[in-house]
Design a protein around this ligand. Sequence first.
Ligand SMILES: [Zn+2]
Length: 253
Amino acid sequence: MPADIRLTRRGVLGNTAVVMGGALLGLLVDPIVAPTQASTWAAPLIHTRHQWQARPPKVEATVLDRAPDHIVVHHTASANSTDQSLEHAFELSRAIQTFHMDDKGWDDIGQQLTISRGGHLMEGRNRTLEALNAGHHVMGAHTLSHNDHTIGIENEGTYMTEKPTEELWVQLVATCAWLCGTYQLDPHAAIVGHRDYNATACPGDVLYALLPELRNQVADRLGQRRVTQSFPATPSGLPGPRYTFDHGPAAGP
Ligand SMILES: [Zn+2]
C-alpha cells in the first residue's frame, strides 16, 4: 500500500485515458463531463485507513453494485480546532471511529470520507476507496434511512455560527468535484446537507447556507453551469449537537 493514494476513474469506464496535469497530478483520468474549461476534478490526495491507523471493522462493509446518487455534507459536531496538522486529522478519524464503534455500537466508522479543518481528506468506512475506484457505493452509517444511496462527508467542526476554515472549504470543493466526476452526478442536484434528510441542524446553519456556493464552485470545476439559489438566512430551529460527534440520526439503511 503506497503511503498516499490517488484514485483514477480508469477502472470505472475503461475509456481512453488522457494524461491530465502531467507532473502536477501524476495520474491518468478520462473526463466524462464534457468540460467547457480545464477540468480539475481529479482525485484529491486521500489518507487511507492504514495511515490513520483505523481499527479493523467488526463486520466488513457492504458494497452495492451501483453509484450513490447524493453526497451528504455533515459537520462532525466537535470543536472548531485550530490544530491543522495531519496528526490532528488522524486523531480525529480515530476518535470518530471509537465513538461510532464503542459508543454507538456500529460495525465501523460511519461516514465514507472525513475532512479536517486543516483540509486533510481521509478515508472513512472500510472499503470506501475500493468501492469508489469501481464506481460503486459502500454502505455507510451517516444518514438515517438513506445510507443505501448516499455518500457522506464529515467536515470537522461545528458550523452553527462559524464558517469552515479556508483549508477545509477548498478540500470540500475538490472532494465533491471528484465525487461528482466519478459518479457522474449533477452537483446542483446531488449535494445536500444532512438536514435535508433527517431532523437535525447538521451541517450547521452556516455551512448549510454555503451549500449553494459549494454546488456552484463544484460546477465550475466540472465545467458545468452555475445556478442562483436562495438559502435560508435564519436558523433552522432543528436539533443541534447535544454532545461531541452528535450530528443527528445516522444509522440504518
Ligand atoms: Zn450529519
